[in-house]
Design a protein around this ligand. Sequence first.
Ligand code: ZN
Length: 69
Amino acid sequence: MVNNRWAVLDCGKYPSADNCKIKLSAPEDQVEKLIDLAAYHASKSHGHENSQELKNELRKLVEYEENPS
Ligand SMILES: [Zn+2]
């Protein structure tokens, strides 16, 4: 059975000054790309420092859902 879960980071779940509703997702086996993209978004849009620490925090926030078919 192929594992087709998706890793999801939903910015809308967290408070932000601009009420950001960006939702990022990637196949579970590409979660590192998702983390990189989320770190870029967090630094670009929310003024966070794009650091390893930020990526570690983002990694804790990733949720997994079944691939919507
Ligand atoms: Zn955002």
